[in-house]
Design a protein around this ligand. Structure first.
Ligand SMILES: [Zn+2]
Ligand SMILES: [Zn+2]
Length: 214
């Protein structure tokens, strides 16, 4: 097994978790022994999120998708945004807010769970005043039970082996869908591949909007 950042290997990671005897859980309950909390911070692409969500659904896994309401990359109020939220829910996933500090508006589209985007240490692990769960607060976060694919790099290694052998008591696994849905050996290559796909999508949107592209 090679640890590339592509959906095939993401599927293998899910398979390893199942082989290791783990169950997939969400953030509404405190993590317990033998659970994996699949967390996705959707920084850039709803299309990538939906592709990952479909793969998880087919693999019998359920995750929590954290979506931004102030993103320059996507608009949840657009037809595409509404359809993406509906599809994520329909596939059995949770949907919650990926917030940019200090703005974390209450929003009926989301479960009462918040993940900060690029948080600073001062507030990263602080509970929210309104009782919503911060995914990095106690007891949902611990350095030994957390792995993240930030910038297409596993700081503590790809978790598939430890999942397969049941080495984690439980795990919060943060992955960013766009890293897995688009090809590239580095974050830069992956981002360029995403922009190529985006270009085709934008051209279609222009045509749909009756823009004359001749
Ligand atoms: Zn791996
Ligand atoms: Zn983020």
């Amino acid at each position: 097994m090679t640890c590339g950042f592509h959906l095939d290997h993401y599927g293998e990671i899910l398979g390893a978790a199942k082989a290791g005897g783990y169950r997939f859980a969400h953030f509404e309950d405190a993590p317990v022994e033998g659970t994996v909390l699949l967390r996705h911070d959707v920084d850039l692409s709803l299309e990538a999120a939906v592709r990952m969500a479909e793969l998880e659904h087919a693999a019998g896994a359920s995750a929590t998708y954290f979506l931004m309401v102030e993103s320059v990359f996507y608009n949840l109020a657009s037809r595409e945004g509404v359809a993406a939220i509906d599809r994520l829910r329909e596939l059995g996933h949770r949907v919650a807010l990926h917030a940019v500090y200090p703005s974390a508006p209450l929003d009926p589209r989301f479960d009462p769970v918040v993940a900060w985007h690029n948080p600073d240490p001062e507030y990263m692990r602080a509970p929210l005043a309104d009782g919503r769960i911060n995914v990095m607060q106690d007891p949902w976060f611990g350095p030994a039970t957390y792995r993240s694919d930030s910038n297409q790099f596993w700081r503590s290694g790809c978790p598939h082996d430890e999942l397969r052998t049941g080495a984690f008591p439980w795990l919060q696994l943060l992955t960013h869908p766009e890293i897995w849905a688009y090809p590239g050996e580095t974050m830069g290559e992956t981002m360029r591949a995403m922009l190529e796909a985006e270009r085709a999508r934008r051209l279609q949107q222009l045509a749909d909007d009756r823009i004359d592209l001749r």
